[in-house]
Design a protein around this ligand. Structure first.
Ligand code: FE2
Length: 565
């Protein structure tokens, strides 16, 4: 009898449709709410995505999963509420989001922070969130979960995946106990999403995801020089092919809506093959060699909000004119921004707006590598770039300027609509914050919200440098370096208004009729060894001008508590 290996994961839901993803232990017919899909086969693993239609809007429909007609989920003895497909509700949108979540055991020492024990990563904010949700009514549940990168750490695997690697190859040579190939990736994902509470959460909240570097490797695609070096490693091909194949299977496929799926030639093709691993491998190798062959970016209509998710890792152009994405993907993105919405949320794993001093240093470094200080500067710039991870949007200056320009046009109403909220949601940097940005000629602010990590640590040097960046000498140093490299200041000006939140946390954005309330909540251990979520930041992002007062004066911003442990 067939069984589930992972899932069910509710990946998509709108007014009447949904998709449910599963990994099964053998080939099977998968059935959810009377809709069926046949599993497809990839290197000994079996997957299916069931497309469900004909649902009622604003409904919560309990479901089970049947394999070859036999119910396999939920398990009869599971104390958690049954999983439901919830279709969109009018007049409110709730999004929960976060990034950087290392899979580790729950027990001590892993539940301790790194300051308390070298193996510790602290309590898992996603698990804490799942536990709270179980006690709440359906009405309080968010409409979607967005995971903003580093869903898995291929270069920092947990104890179980390391043990698995040791059973199948010589881990005394590269990539040592890091993930080597597709087979080890399947183990890494299984581990990340199998804890019963997390598995329950993923079965009942539609989830969208975009990768960051650690889903493949630290500093992935930082520069042309980095990539040339990576391609010289004899283990790199299996890693990148395994990583992108696994990403397509575990993350990308569920990002697509039913229309995208029915138009997707690769999705159709995998279903007809005895083993789709070679085909996925070909896709992965092509996407890595020529980023124009694949678009990982996607968008989702969340009701009151339009979520446009931009890949800022896999699609980079590294030779010649550096860019975050290729021209075709830019056009796709810019077309999405023309679609009217009340709340525009642009998601990208890497922050657009960093602390101003860090922004300046990234612009300075890119100018150096481009030759602003001659040959010695080129070498220095590349060394500094790789040593301290100067790789967010400002390190791709042209892409930063284009994205900021695109957002300016939206805020200025160039496309005939002016969203009440304009926010960029990001992860990556292992400390959460909110930055408020202003253009001189536009009333509405642009918000940068960073939610990272759900379960990770920020290194002491990184913590110290971000702290220094916020001091007046830090900011002055950044400005001087940027000017010395001949880079102009951006027209947009911004500052951090909340945070940094260094402890594990998760963000929610609660969009109602007249407001969009953002919360960052920190996972804290309770004295009884449980976990709870404590609000660290709460702020209304709508910034709509009311009764003649400025948006800034009117926003109901409250900084409840800044957690800087
Ligand atoms: Fe991370």
């Amino acid at each position: 009898v067939a069984g589930l290996v992972l899932g069910p994961m509710l990946r998509f839901a709108d007014d009447t449709r949904a998709t449910v993803w599963v990994e099964t232990d053998r080939a099977a017919d998968v059935e959810v709410l009377g809709h069926r899909a046949r599993s497809f086969h990839v290197a000994g693993h079996h997957y299916a995505l069931v497309v469900i239609g004909g649902l009622e809007p604003a409904a919560a429909v309990p479901y089970d999963v049947r394999l070859d007609g036999e119910p396999v989920w939920p398990r009869p003895d599971d104390p958690r509420p049954p999983p439901v497909v919830r279709t969109r509700v009018a007049n409110r949108t709730r999004l929960v989001f976060g990034s950087c979540r290392a899979a580790s055991p729950d027990e001590r020492p892993w539940s301790l922070t790194a300051a308390e024990h070298p193996l510790g990563r602290g309590p898992d904010a996603l698990k804490a969130y799942a536990r709270r949700l179980m006690r709440q009514d359906h009405d309080a549940w968010p409409d979607a979960l967005l995971m903003l990168g580093d869903q898995v750490y291929a270069d920092d695997a947990s104890p179980w995946t390391r043990a698995f690697a040791r059973t199948r190859r010589d881990t005394g040579r590269p990539p040592y106990e890091d993930v080597a190939d597709l087979e080890e990736y399947t183990e890494l994902y299984r581990e990340a999403w199998s804890h019963p509470d997390v598995r329950w959460l993923l079965s009942t909240l539609p989830t969208a995801m975009i990768f960051d570097d650690h889903d493949i490797i630290d500093d992935w695609n930082t520069s042309a020089r980095w990539l040339r070096q990576a391609r010289s490693w004899d283990w790199w091909d299996a890693r990148i092919v395994g990583g992108l194949s696994a990403y397509w299977l575990y993350q990308h496929l569920g990002n697509l809506d039913p229309d995208d799926l029915s138009d997707d030639p690769l999705y159709h093709e995998v279903g007809g093959l005895e083993d789709a691993a070679p085909l996925l491998g070909e896709m992965a190798r092509a996407a890595d060699r020529d980023p124009t062959t694949f678009r990982w970016s996607f968008d989702r209509d969340l009701g009151l909000a339009h979520l446009v998710t931009v890949d800022s890792r896999a699609g980079r152009i590294l030779d010649g004119d550096r860019d975050m994405i290729d021209e075709g993907e830019w056009r796709w993105f810019e077309d999405r921004l023309r679609e009217p919405t009340r709340h525009l949320l642009v998601a990208t794993s890497l922050p657009l707006l960093l602390p101003p001093a860090v922004h300046d240093v990234e612009r300075w470094d890119e100018a150096l590598v481009a030759g602003a200080w001659g040959a010695p500067g080129v070498r220095l710039g590349e060394v500094v770039r790789q040593a301290v991870d100067l790789e967010q949007w400002p390190a791709f200056g042209a892409a930063f300027d284009r994205l900021v320009g695109d957002l300016h046009d939206v805020a200025a109403g160039v496309h005939g609509h002016r969203p009440d909220t304009l926010a960029v949601l990001s992860g990556d940097v292992h400390h959460g914050y909110v930055a408020e940005a202003r253009w001189p000629d536009v009333e509405r602010p642009l918000w940068q919200v960073v939610a990272s990590p759900m379960r990770q640590e920020i290194s002491l040097p990184a913590r110290a440098s971000y702290r220094f960046a916020r001091t007046p000498p830090g900011r002055a140093l950044g400005r001087v370096l940027r000017r010395l490299a001949g880079v102009a200041a951006p027209e947009l000006s911004w500052d951090l208004v909340d945070g940094p939140v260094m402890a594990n946390h998760i963000a929610t954005l609660d969009i109602g009729d007249g407001d969009a309330v953002l919360r960052l909540e920190v996972a804290e251990r309770t004295p009884s060894d449980g976990v709870r979520l404590v609000t660290a930041v709460e702020r209304d992002l709508t910034g709509v001008q009311r009764s003649g007062r400025t948006a800034t004066a009117d926003r109901r911003a409250r900084r409840l508590r800044v957690v800087d442990t």
